[in-house]
Design a protein around this ligand. Structure first.
Ligand code: 13P
Length: 286
């Protein structure tokens, strides 16, 4: 099954009122876990690499891993560059076969965010690649992107229609009370704000910071128009927790034993999030 633009997956999710989960991966093991779990659930998924992951793995390896996955995969998936802050990296990502890029101009002034996001959207669309943008600032820490609670700001619904129209983006990440990384206290999502945003924009909406958001809140957000749920930290916790546990056994000398168990631990988390998003059994319909 070929790699597809994220917009194709999100359009189907929007029409059928579920969300496509986007999962951050860091290496071959968690990429395989995501694809295998998606296949077992017959679900579309979005594989997401941040600029830090690309620096760690290298563009050539990311491209090779995605191509290997696409060769054998029985489900449609997109390869997404998550939180790109450098437009040059996004252009490079497009050349390397990413089918979706996020330009994160959330720290910029509104007009500058429009100008640069619009430029990225022009370039990406000419290559058939989808574009996600961010309006408002989501707090927390996601690889190279760190936003303090003081800097953070919720998305202002009054700015949404102008932003979407002037940039031509395919999807919009909104700040409605979630944060990247681990929460210090249970997050309270601003559903009234989400409803107001939905009225202003018809593009699929994206919820970042999916780790630690209570299931009921995720389901409600999806019912109000969220079409993509980003999850990263939960996968890292499963991976690292599994490694720590297996390493307690002094009889384990083979990294493949260690990594196979970690891969299964990540698969369990991915399966749970796919079900939470209502994405199971949707692959065949796309
Ligand atoms: P978490 O790491 O909090 O799940 O957030 C992931 C994310 O939003 C990636 O863009």
């Amino acid at each position: 099954m070929p790699l597809v633009p994220a917009a194709k997956l999100l359009q189907h999710a929007q029409e059928n009122r579920y969300a496509v989960p986007g999962f951050n991966f860091h290496n071959m093991v968690d990429l395989q876990a995501i694809i295998s779990a998606a296949e077992s659930e017959e679900a579309p998924v979005i594989l997401m690499a941040t600029e830090d992951t690309i620096n760690f793995v290298g563009f050539d390896y990311v491209q090779g891993l995605a191509a290997a996955a696409a060769k054998g995969a029985s489900v449609p998936f997109a390869l997404h560059l998550d939180h790109g802050r450098n437009p040059d990296n996004l252009v490079k990502g497009i050349r390397y076969g990413f089918t979706s890029v996020m330009f994160d101009g959330s720290r910029l002034a509104f007009d500058e965010n429009i100008r640069l996001t619009g430029w990225v959207a022009d370039v990406a669309h000419r290559a058939g690649v989808s574009v996600e943008a961010e309006l408002g600032q989501i707090p927390g820490h996601e690889d190279n992107v760190s936003v303090s609670e003081q800097e953070a700001g919720l998305t202002d619904p009054a700015t949404v229609a102008e932003f979407v129209e002037k940039t031509g983006v395919d999807s919009l990440a909104v700040a409605i009370g979630t944060a990247h990384g681990l929460y210090k206290r249970e997050p309270k999502l601003d559903f009234d704000r989400l409803e107001a945003i939905r009225k202003e924009a018809s593009v699929p909406l994206v919820l970042h910071g999916g780790t630690g958001v209570p299931d009921e809140a995720v389901k409600k957000a999806i019912s109000l128009g969220i079409c993509k749920l980003n999850v990263g930290t939960d996968l890292r916790l499963a991976y690292m927790g599994s490694l720590r546990q297996t390493l307690e056994d002094p009889g384990v000398h083979d990294p493949r034993v260690l990594l196979r168990i970690a891969r299964e631990a990540v698969m369990d988390v991915v399966r749970g999030k796919i079900r939470l998003c209502g994405a199971s059994h949707k692959a065949g319909m796309i």
